[in-house]
Design a protein around this ligand. Structure first.
Ligand code: TXA
Ligand code: MG
Length: 347
């Protein structure tokens, strides 16, 4: 099977094309579609056989639960056993948008979706194509990011095709996704609301409504709360080192590391900010500039494309700099930390 890629207007999706895609979903097939965060690999979330195809196509372990995507906030009430008032407030304030809520699940939600957990993750995406598809399919759409397990999430239809093109039925191509990192996953079943995955909705925005919010990162001690938090999750092919610290020190460290590893025969890629350009221009390394350090929207949007781009350049080591922990910086740091598999240098 070879997926057909069909272009679709991101603002005004063609109803005929959407009806065709929805028919594939209803028949138990797989459709990759754009959301505002990354491309998703969609199947009928209430059809266990269809959901099983997602796990097969991605080679995803069955222990890693999926997000159900809905097109009306009220649909949440059909999927969860109880929605505390705060869940409804969050939905009202931030949906459609890059926020996923984890709540106790209704018995009707198939176990394969939640990997046997008693909770289910639900979100209402903000992309017109995603919303049109969910509405036309008349079912919640289970959709992980449309990449092979262990690879970076796709922000273009081309990325989806590279990873999964021979395993799925249709790819809806609406161009690059506007946010570029996945949704923020918020667990509302604990005494303190807890971010299981920092993402497109910054922690500060949640705290404006909820007060203090905990962040359970993959670096925290204890059992993995969310299997998607495996450290080695967004790994590029070449090993990666992440440098964290004040920008002048990060730049000095980038220079030192390039000198040291070049002497060892490495072909090095640098993932940097606009501000690092001048100080790294003379280095024997392939550089990829994500954006200005103050423009985290651009940095986040270009992150996965940047990692894939460096991956294609036959490097033996990638050295990345950090973009702080404010706003989208936290999600960027989380993805870079995982890509580095924990190889972090604090300076
Ligand atoms: O932006 C996004 O969220 C994208 C787009 C396509 O919507 N989807 C996405 O799905 O990133 P996926 O499957 O790649 O990541 C889902 C994350 C994983 O970290 C998973 O472990 C977590 O959500 N998750 C899902 N259900 C959960 C649950 N019941 N409890 C805790 N974590 C859960
Ligand atoms: Mg994923």
């Amino acid at each position: 099977m070879r997926a057909s890629i069909r272009p679709v207007d991101p603002q005004n999706p063609d109803p005929h094309l959407i009806a065709h895609a929805a028919a594939i979903i209803r028949a138990g097939g797989l459709v990759a579609f754009p959301t505002e965060t990354v491309y998703g690999l969609g199947a009928d979330g209430l059809n266990p056989a269809a959901v099983a195809r997602i796990f097969e196509a991605k080679e995803r372990p069955p222990t890693d639960p999926l997000i159900l995507h809905i097109a009306e906030p009220e649909t949440l009430l059909q999927l969860v056993r109880e929605a505390p008032p705060v869940a409804l407030e969050l939905a009202h304030r931030f949906w459609p948008g890059p926020l996923t809520l984890v709540l106790p699940k209704q018995p009707g939600v198939p176990d394969i979706v939640t990997a046997g957990l008693a909770t289910v993750a639900v979100r209402m995406p903000a992309h017109p194509v995603a919303l049109a598809l969910i509405r036309a399919a008349r079912t919640p759409i289970a959709a992980p990011s449309a990449n092979r397990f262990g690879r970076t999430s796709p922000t273009t239809a081309r990325h989806v095709q590279d990873d999964l093109g021979d395993r799925i039925d249709l790819i809806l191509d609406a161009g690059p996704t506007p946010i570029g990192v996945e949704s923020t996953v918020l667990d509302l079943t604990r005494p303190v609301p807890t971010i299981l995955r920092p993402g497109g909705l910054p922690r500060e925005a949640l705290e404006g409504l909820l007060g203090p919010v905990a962040v359970q990162t993959h670096l925290a001690e204890g059992p993995m709360p969310s299997p998607g938090l495996l450290p080695k999750h967004y790994a590029p092919r070449a090993p990666m080192i992440l440098v964290i610290g004040p920008p002048p020190r990060m730049r000095a460290t980038l220079r030192e590391l390039v000198a040291r590893y070049t002497a060892q025969g490495h072909r090095i890629g640098l993932l940097i900010a606009e501000e690092d350009r001048a100080e790294t221009a003379d280095l024997p390394a392939e550089t990829l500039v994500l954006g200005p350090e103050g423009d985290l929207e651009t940095v986040a949007r270009r992150l996965y494309e940047g990692l894939r781009e460096l991956d294609g350049r036959d490097l033996s080591l990638i050295i990345a700099r950090d973009f702080g922990d404010q706003g989208l910086g936290l999600a960027v740091r989380d993805r870079l930390t995982r890509a580095a598999g924990g190889s972090i240098i604090q300076v």
